[in-house]
Design a protein around this ligand. Structure first.
Ligand code: 5GP
Ligand code: ZN
Length: 113
């Protein structure tokens, strides 16, 4: 999508600190980190939120989920990490391109506010 910031990051139009990418996904550092390590994993195709996923995205979403432990290794999150997906208004999703937050290197609070 032409005016989507995460599409632009995923296709390299806007620079970011990329920690991993392959043919399906890009993982980059969050611009306003909420933890010492905070990265965002996005699909290269535009999907606006969890709510927009369909059966056709099964292999993509499976790829994303299975890559998380690989990203955690790259980022040396040996003591654990948190994975977050915000969706819609109440979920406080601010960027309307599906993204998975991966946070680590501090103890996470539960429940989140
Ligand atoms: P959400 O609240 O939608 O789940 O998360 C959006 C995240 O994207 C936020 O943590 C925010 O800091 C991050 N973000 C927003 N714009 C940019 C940007 O232009 N570059 C990077 N690297 N992160 C961004
Ligand atoms: Zn997009």
């Amino acid at each position: 999508m032409s005016d989507c910031i995460f599409c632009k990051i995923a296709n390299g139009e806007i620079p970011s600190e990329i920690v991993y990418q392959d043919e399906l996904i890009t993982v980059f550092k969050d611009a306003s980190p909420m933890a010492p390590v905070h990265v965002l994993m996005v699909p290269k195709v535009h999907i606006s939120s969890m709510d927009e996923l369909t059966e056709e995205d099964s292999s993509l979403i499976s790829h994303m989920m299975l890559k998380i432990k690989h990203i955690a290794k790259i980022l040396e999150l040996d003591n654990g990490y948190r994975v977050v997906i915000n969706c819609g208004e109440d979920g406080q999703q601010t960027v309307k391109h599906l993204h998975i937050h991966i946070l680590g290197k501090r103890k996470m609070i539960w429940p989140p506010g």
